[in-house]
Design a protein. Sequence first.
Length: 138
Amino acid sequence: MPFNNVTSSDIFKCMQCGECCKGYGGTYVSDADIRAIADYINKSPEVVRAGYCQLSGKKLLIRQKEDGFCIFFDKLCTIHPVKPRMCRAWPYIKSVVADVNNWHIMSSMCPGIQTHFPDDVIVRCVSEEIDKLDNKRK
Ligand code: SF4
Ligand code: SF4
């Protein structure tokens, strides 16, 4: 395959293993994320903040269950259409553009990340996905 035809869906294919919904420092949520989740599960933003989130310093994280999984994980993400920006972004994140070695490090915990493409192709695809996400809901 010519590398200039490689797209983001070639360098990453989610295996739905759930590994990224467990531990790893948690998932930060913005006010926009909370409003979207609240609408989706038919609760108020206050109920989502109090019942489904926890504080980490001054920032809100999605609460984790005792088994370490996100409170919204049940074999799959139960809020997939409105999952937080941080979840929607994965694995197309700025730290990969800053240092492509992070892509290779991330691949050790995410089996969907493909590492057999040239680094410049990976950075191009990741940058394109970041731009797309930046143009959607913040
Ligand atoms: S760890 Fe990677 S492959 Fe597994 S569910 Fe998360 S994004 Fe998909
Ligand atoms: S919101 Fe969904 S995708 Fe994000 S960590 Fe929780 S279960 Fe996983």
